[in-house]
Design a protein around this ligand. Structure first.
Ligand SMILES: [Zn+2]
Length: 185
């Protein structure tokens, strides 16, 4: 019993060490242990004006909900997968491929009472491969503007999170087609 336990602990320690090595070594080690590697997508919110904190909140909410992909602010001088800007139109996302594209934090929806962190999380949802689903339900992040403007839900639900995890599982080859999604139509 004692030796079995010791062996189990030893295996656990080795797994922890392997995980740490993967984290430190980056992509080459990640290929050896693909189940441990979350794909990192960098976003640049420097053009998001008054919405920077909402954008960060939207990204953090996805990060807390999924394991196969994570959204991080791009380091200075680095190349961003996702560019986030503010303008006076409707919020929208232009997806160039899975995990890549551009988000507009449109003020028009904010002026009508829509919650900026929900808008940001919703638009990130498009970049992460999800379409609009106008269910009218506040519990659905991808219901977007079909939910009441009073909706403050800025997190993906379990089904939405599962879907994104599945899209980013295994091969990192993009299968998403280019598309543009607008908050209100
Ligand atoms: Zn949308």
């Amino acid at each position: 019993m004692t030796s079995r336990r010791r062996r189990w602990l030893s295996a656990g320690t080795l797994a922890a060490a392997a995980f740490l090595a993967t984290q430190l070594a980056g992509a080459p080690a990640a290929q050896a242990e693909p189940q441990l590697a979350a794909r990192i997508l960098y976003y640049n919110a420097s053009g998001a004006a008054e919405f920077v904190s909402a954008v960060n909140q939207g990204a953090a909410n996805w990060n807390a909900s999924v394991t196969n992909v994570q959204l991080r602010p791009v380091p200075a001088g680095g190349r961003a997968n996702i560019t986030v800007v503010a303008d006076n139109g409707w919020p929208r996302a232009q997806v160039t491929s899975l995990g890549n594209g551009r988000i507009w934090m449109g003020r028009q929806a904010v002026q009508q009472g829509h919650y900026p962190p929900r808008i940001a999380a919703h638009e990130f949802g498009h970049i992460l491969g999800l379409p609009d689903r106008r269910t009218g339900l506040c519990t659905d992040l991808m219901s977007g503007s079909s939910a009441p403007a009073t909706c403050r839900n800025d997190r993906p639900n379990a089904a939405e999170a599962r879907e994104v995890n599945a899209l980013f599982a295994g091969s990192l080859v993009s299968t998403a087609t280019a598309a543009t999604f607008t908050w209100e139509f």
